[in-house]
Design a protein around this ligand. Structure first.
Ligand SMILES: [Zn+2]
Ligand SMILES: [Zn+2]
Length: 761
């Protein structure tokens, strides 16, 4: 025993022992809620899966703990967004101007262009020599000075001619272009800082220039008249003149300053901004990066320097954001996908087309197997349908009229036009229509891991999250009106079962009801909506009601999952197409409904429905009176697409897949190559037991162990002379540390049981 363990106590190995004891992932201290418009939304809308769930497993437990911690902290600090905080938006916009002012102060030849607020901050484009990180530091320092001076931002309205004159005077060609693109009059200008070009008399009090001009100008609205007391001043800018009003108790006196060249720095802008630069917390602002960007995004136009900054209400928020950013970077599925050899997108093949490498493919295979098993258990029939179809089919379905810009060009096959499919629904309808269906056949549930191709602009492609070819976990349910509720309930159960496996048990659920413009009578909308509502109540999930937020063809339920970083991902959508009476449009509407199958991929604009189009697919069933009726069709996807879901999983687990899902479950490592033969035997035996295992050798053991850690392999089976002799392995678990020596058969049965029960080893 001593011999077999001796290599484990070498000093070299000690540090890695403590590494094993580290928690699964480090937890960020807050959660970023995008688009959080309603207060308490996350509190109200998250439905927590029943804790008593039989499927609760160790891996889930650890995630649950983390999520709980996360939420405790979240309550302390929820980062505001531009939508949720008007103040934040003003801060960010003002920061862009302050940065531009600072840049022009430091680099007088720099020409300004545009500088909007964006998610998490702002940017500004300058026509200037390339900048370095060192320059950013200088610029930030200058910004801090401007902030410290607490300068006012003063809005001024001028005529177009006046704006032109002023822009010419300061020679800002890009501003002139921007002015030309502004259609509304009057033109608004924002000044930062007021300094008066002439002293002026204020009643009997002379207020010399000194007090208004930087750097003595500190508090913008209070003026110390040195011996005459402090007075509150209001600055009103109108028609190129500044009126200074002094507020002396009940009386107010005004004074115009003519022809003032009063501004220190100004910009064309419509606002809004904070009142004074002092409202910005300089410690809550950071300049993040600088990159080249073409003017107007046009490569034929000059290359500009774009400086990105982030800005928050206070320092704490900035720190939380930086932490989040770092954590998101650590989890980035594109980097992890490369480091762990999971997938790639190959230049030679084209953008947005995913190559699943063996290690990614095996994870996908496990997900698919589990998906198929659950669907078969829950009464779905599996389908496989073609990836292309005659263009005629897409004409009948309405895709060519409404979805063409997302479809690839047609191909000519023996004088007939074919097209790649952007959706699976028409195929499932064709399968439905292969025979005459009776009301007794309902519900009919068909499911397919259906690969579709959609045109996305190359600039919008993003790892696995936005691709051009992807596989939806698609399903359609055909049923009777009074079966909707039970079917939806079944979908909710299935969704929960699927998502719980991966530790997703916090959902944000939305039920969207009839919009103003909708097809179908009130009665059918009411029936379908209450069926969805009843199903949710039945399930015990709380949800946010999005009144009027449904699609025009039917109500829908959206579900977002929350990952370990507290980010929300949309995966599942369930829609009941509620049209019985407007049958001729039913299919068409249903198709449009499929735009929502994957909302992140959805085209933002829904096509306008033409009610006069001829009947398309004529779907019917025979009811109990032998009359032909239209069935209800429900569209649903649980994971969304396998590509996107895999990306979410990689980021959720930071590449540390749980044992049951890990591409390689155990790596067998010889102390020296003398044990290689036995290692191969061990691997073969593991493989024969459906355990994903491999042997690595050819390096010193500490290196082999470090490599296995880097590859995030859950179990290592280390083999020295003693292990060979005793037919044992010495086991190290990535998160459980040293587990000692065990018989090979015990090792195998423990892995098998952990895999089956989805627990940790
Ligand atoms: Zn502005
Ligand atoms: Zn569909």
């Amino acid at each position: 025993m001593a011999a077999s363990n001796s290599f484990l106590s070498t000093p070299l190995l000690k540090p890695s022992v403590s590494h094993f004891a580290k928690p699964l992932v480090s937890i960020p201290i807050f959660c970023l809620y995008k688009n959080m418009k309603k207060k308490n939304m996350h509190a109200k809308a998250s439905a927590v899966a029943a804790d008593s769930s039989e499927t609760a497993i160790l891996q889930n437990d650890s995630i649950e703990t983390k999520t709980t911690n996360l939420n405790e902290k979240t309550e302390k600090l929820v980062l505001p967004t531009n939508d949720s905080s008007g103040k934040l938006l003003r801060i960010r916009h003002t920061c862009a101007h302050v940065m531009a002012m600072a840049v022009q102060k430091l680099y007088p030849d720099a020409k300004v262009t545009i500088g909007p607020w964006i998610d998490n901050g702002f940017y500004y484009d300058f026509d200037i020599e390339p900048l370095t990180d060192k320059d950013l530091k200088r610029i930030k320092k200058e910004m801090d000075r401007i902030i410290a001076r607490n300068l006012p931002l003063i809005r001024e309205e001028v005529s177009r001619d006046e704006a032109q004159r002023r822009i010419m005077a300061i020679n800002e060609p890009y501003k002139m272009e921007i002015l030309e693109s502004i259609k509304e009059d009057p033109i608004t200008i924002y000044h930062i800082a007021l300094g008066f070009s002439e002293p002026f008399l204020y009643g009997s009090i002379s207020l010399p220039l000194l007090y208004f001009s930087p750097p003595s100008y500190v508090a913008p609205f209070v003026i110390d008249t040195k011996g005459f007391g402090k007075y509150l001043l209001d600055f009103v800018v109108s028609k190129g003149e500044i009126i200074v009003e002094m507020n002396m108790g009940r009386e107010r006196w005004g004074k115009k300053i003519r022809g003032s060249r009063c501004n220190e720095w100004w910009d064309l802008c419509a606002g809004p901004h904070v009142e004074t630069t002092g409202n910005i917390d300089r410690k809550a602002v950071e300049l993040e990066s600088v990159a080249g960007a073409y003017w107007r995004g046009d490569e034929k136009k000059p290359m500009l320097q774009r400086i990105y900054g982030t800005a928050w209400e206070d320092e704490e928020q900035l720190k939380a954001y930086l932490h989040f950013k770092e954590e998101a970077k650590r989890r980035d599925h594109r980097r992890l996908g490369q480091d762990l050899d999971l997938f790639s997108i190959q230049e030679e093949a084209g953008g947005g087309l995913v190559f699943w490498h063996p290690k990614g493919a095996i994870v996908r295979n496990i997900i698919e197997d589990s998906w198929k098993k659950i669907h078969i258990e829950r009464g779905y029939d599996l389908l496989y349908t073609p990836h292309v179809a005659r263009a005629d089919l897409w004409k009948i379905s309405g895709h060519l009229d409404f979805y063409r810009e997302n479809m690839y060009d047609q191909m000519n096959i023996e004088e007939e036009l074919y097209q790649l499919r952007p959706m699976n629904c028409p195929y499932h309808i064709l399968v439905y229509k292969r025979k005459l269906n009776s009301y007794r056949d309902f519900p009919i549930r068909v499911a397919e891991l259906g690969t579709v191709y959609r045109y996305e602009l190359s600039g919008s492609l993003h790892g696995l999250f936005r691709v051009r070819g992807f596989t939806q976990d698609d399903a359609h349910i055909f049923c009777l009106e009074d079966q909707i509720k039970d079917e939806i309930r079944g979908v909710l159960d299935l969704t929960e079962e699927m998502l719980l496996q991966f530790g997703f048990h916090k959902y944000e659920v939305n039920l969207s009801t009839r919009p103003e413009k909708a097809v179908g009578g009130d009665d059918i909308w009411e029936k379908a909506t209450s069926a969805l509502r009843d199903a949710l109540d039945d399930k015990g999930w709380s949800y946010e009601l999005d009144e009027g937020g449904g699609a025009f063809y039917g109500p829908k339920i959206d579900l977002k999952i929350e990952d370990a970083l507290g980010r929300k991902w949309q995966c599942s959508t369930i829609q009941a197409i509620s049209k019985l009476k407007i049958v001729e449009y039913a299919h068409r509407l249903e198709l449009l409904g499929c735009l929502y199958h994957l909302s992140p991929f959805a085209h933002p604009k829904l096509p306008v429905v033409d009610f006069n189009l001829p009947q398309r697919f004529d779907m019917t069933y025979v009811d109990s009176n032998s009359e032909k009726k239209r069935p209800i069709m429900i569209h649903r996807a649980v994971l969304g697409s396998l590509e996107r879901f895999f990306g979410v999983l990689i980021e959720h687990y930071v590449g540390d897949f749980p044992l049951w899902l890990s591409p390689i479950q155990a790596r067998v490592l010889p102390v020296t190559d003398i044990q290689l033969e036995y290692c191969n035997e061990v691997r073969n035996k593991l493989k024969a037991n459906s355990i994903r295992a491999e042997v690595c050798h050819g390096e010193r053991l500490p290196k082999l162990i470090r490599n296995a850690e880097k590859q995030k392999i859950p179990l290592m089976a280390v083999v020295g002379p003693k292990e060979v002799e005793m037919q044992t392995v010495t086991v190290r678990s990535r998160f459980g540390g040293e587990l000692g020596t065990m018989m090979l058969d015990d090792f195998i049965s423990r892995i098998k049981s952990a895999t089956e029960n989805r627990t940790s080893f």
